[in-house]
Each structure stands twice: as C-alpha cells, then as structure tokens.
Design a protein around this ligand. Structure first.
Ligand SMILES: Nc1ncnc2c1ncn2[C@@H]1O[C@H](COP(=O)(O)OP(=O)(O)OP(=O)(O)O)[C@@H](O)[C@H]1O
Ligand SMILES: [Mg+2]
Length: 384
C-alpha cells in the first residue's frame, strides 16, 4: 500500500502509476494520520505541490519515528541543491513530476528496501547454543576492520545456514548499520536499563535483523550516547549472545577501550588487522605486545593483511619481520569494496566470486569454521 500526498486534482494522474492500493492525503498532516493508522505502511509519495521545506521536515521526522517507511519525492524541476537537501533529510529518491516510469521504479526500490529492513525475522531468543565470539581489531583507524567484520559475519551466516550476530562496538562512529543498509531503530543504547540483568529476551530486543541468518547489535546514533554505555553492558551482552547465535562477530573502534577489552575477554578469536604500511604495522606490533602483556593466548590470534597487494615499497619479508606471526589471510585491495559499502550490501554477498570475497570466505572456512576453539584467557585486571 502507498500513501500519496498530493491535492486530489493531481493525485488521479499518479495513482495508476503507483499500482496496488493507494491512499490519497491532501496534506502531510493527513499523511501522518494515515501512517499512524497502519503500522505496516512503508511508502509515502510526496507530490510536487507540497513545499520542499515541509516535505523535508516530514521526511526527517519519519526517519526517526518509522525508519522502515520510505519517502519518494516528486519535484517539477530536479537540481543538485534539491537532491542534496532531500538525501540529507532521508528522502529515498527524488523523481521528476512527469517521469511516471522513474516513479514506478523508485517506488519498487523503496518497497524492496523497506521489506529488507522489516522482513527478515530475528532469531528466537533461545539459549541453547555455544557460539564463538570473534573480535576484529586494529589499533590504527581505517585499516578495514568494519569491512572485514561485516563480510566475515555475512560469510559465516552463509545465507541462513548459521546464525550470526554482528556487534558494532565502535560506539561513537559505528557504521555497521550503513554497511548493511540497516536502520538503527534499536541500538545498544536501549540496553542501558538492562545492566546487571541482561537475558536472551532482553538482548534479542536490541537486535536488528539484517539478512537471513545475520542480525546486528547497532551502535548508538545520537551524539553523546556512546559515553553512556558501560563496559559492563558489553561484557554481559557478550555472555548472552553466544548462547543465542553460532557466531558473534565484534567490530571495534581503533583504541584499547574498556569496551574493547571486555570483547577481547569474551572472545574465542582475536582477528588483528593491518595494512602494508609502516604506521599500521607499528600499531599491530604494539597491539600484539599489549595482548601478550595481558596474557591472552597466542593460539586464538589471527593476523589478517588487508589491501595486501598494495605496492607501497614494503616486501613480505619486511612485513613478516614486524608481525612475527603467521598471516592467515591476505585480502586484496579493490574499488569494489567501497562500491559495495555504498550499496549497503557486503561484497561477499554482492560478488561472492570476487577475490576479496574469496579471501574472506577462505579465512572463515579455514580458520574459524575448521579450527577447534580455545576459550580466551582473561586479561590481568591490574592493567585496567
Ligand atoms: N580491501 C579493500 N580494498 C579497497 N578498499 C577497502 C578495502 N578494505 C577497506 N576498504 C575501504 O577503506 C575504508 C576504511 O575501511 P573500514 O571502514 O572497513 O576501516 P575501519 O578500520 O573500520 O575504519 P575505522 O577505524 O574508521 O572504523 C572504507 O572506505 C573501505 O571501503
Ligand atoms: Mg570501522
């Protein structure tokens, strides 16, 4: 069903193009009432007779109140300024008023996106599993932690064969939601009231279903919320989630925060990422020394070299000399990676035969699925 906000005289021309059930609203106030009366409504088409400011304010409000619903905006003239403002407000597509074919396509895409946001079932909050926790970490920013975490999680989920929860611990700048095109309706912030008594039902209420087999615990969206999340909440969640999922993959910020240490403590695998450049390698060396100092077992570590084919003047010998441990995956560099991020679809799902996808899937197969896990040894508390 679609809500069309356009004066009645003009609505008649557009309704047939929208197909199915169309409910007309003369004003945005009326559109809001129609939306409120139908929790499953997922599309509002705002006609060109509605002022731009009013349409954008409505869209911005809808993005918070009903993120699964999309807005398609019709304008008499499309220009860059209108497009920029519209996209910033959260309009899914802007279409020329007289381009009915483009309108039909935009509505189809928006409905498909809405059904992806709402249509994937969350796993049942049972607690019978004994899942593994993997923390993906690099002390230098921009190494590809989020890229690897998202693709590793999608690869492990294998289209629903296994259940995987991806936890975004980059609490201030997390972009797991963007990478998976998942609306952050529920985030870890909603777990604040559960500290001290997180259970499977509570944890489940914080999750967003993203793809078959793949759920995510998303990072806060409001500035300042990150500081409100205690590390204890992370520790509790990472005790409960492995009982609900086969795998819990944790994406991290590039700092040894209390939250990251809580994840390291709960982890069966530490996946440490670097790129072939001196600052990233130096930070990896510091990270490895720090993990030694904290008495984490060596055999739960996997070093992954991202952008491994970048020609930056360092030989593999140079890299091995710094890393001093097995590099378990070489992920090549490819512009298809940022393209997949912009599409909101992990490259392992978008292009499963791509060399980047093959490298991530091979790592999952050979070093996560195939190897028996040892429990992580807790770090020394004095360090904290
Ligand atoms: N193998 C790759 N080939 C090409 N681009 C890549 C590759 N891996 C990551 N990128 C790109 O590099 C940028 C940084 O990657 P990503 O966000 O995954 O890093 P990060 O370590 O999570 O960064 P941050 O520390 O900011 O959280 C992104 O634009 C991503 O698309
Ligand atoms: Mg990141």
């Amino acid at each position: 069903m679609t809500i069309l906000c356009e004066p009645a005289a003009l609505a008649g021309q557009l309704s047939p193009a929208l197909g199915g059930d169309v409910r007309a609203a003369e004003t945005l106030g009326e559109a809001s009432r129609l939306l409120a009366s139908d929790p499953l409504e997922s599309l509002v088409v705002i006609g060109s007779a509605v002022g731009l400011d009013e349409a954008l304010a409505f869209t911005a409000g809808l993005r918070v109140e009903r993120p699964s619903a999309g807005v398609v905006l019709l304008r008499d003239v499309l220009d860059v300024a209108v497009l920029t403002r519209a996209l910033r407000a959260g309009v899914r597509e802007v279409v020329a008023r007289d381009d009915l074919a483009a309108l039909v396509d935009a509505c189809t895409r928006s409905r498909a996106l809405s059904s992806q946001v709402t249509g994937v079932p969350l796993p049942r909050a049972d607690e019978g599993r004994n899942g593994q926790v993997l923390t993906v970490f690099a002390a230098k920013g921009g190494c590809g932690k989020t890229t690897l975490a998202v693709n590793l999680a999608a690869s492990l989920a294998a289209g629903g064969e296994r259940s995987v929860c991806l936890v975004d611990l980059d609490l201030s700048f997390g972009d797991v939601g963007i990478c998976l095109r998942a609306e952050p309706v529920r985030t870890i912030v909603h777990g604040l009231g559960m500290v001290g008594h997180v259970d499977a039902a509570g944890a489940s209420s914080l999750l967003t279903a993203c793809r078959p087999g793949l759920s995510a615990l998303l990072a806060p969206v409001e500035p300042g919320d990150a500081e409100r999340i205690p590390a204890a909440l992370v520790g509790e969640l990472l005790e409960v989630l492995p009982r609900m999922f086969d795998f819990v993959v944790v994406d991290t910020p590039s700092a040894f925060s209390e939250h990251v240490l809580a994840a390291m403590d709960a982890s069966h695998h530490h996946v440490l990422l670097t790129t072939p450049d001196v600052p990233a390698l130096k930070n990896l060396r510091v990270t490895l020394d720090m993990l030694d100092l904290l008495s984490y077992a060596h055999d739960i570590r996997s070093v992954v070299l991202n952008r491994s084919d970048a020609k930056v003047g360092l030989s593999m010998d140079d890299i091995d000399r710094v890393v001093r441990s097995d590099i378990r995956a070489h992920v090549p560099s490819s512009r298809d990676v940022p393209i997949s991020v912009n599409k909101g679809n992990p490259i392992v799902l978008d292009l499963p035969r791509h060399p980047v996808s093959e490298a991530v899937s091979r790592f999952a197969r050979e070093h996560v699925l195939a190897e028996p896990v040892a429990a992580a040894r807790p770090s020394k508390r004095w360090f904290r």
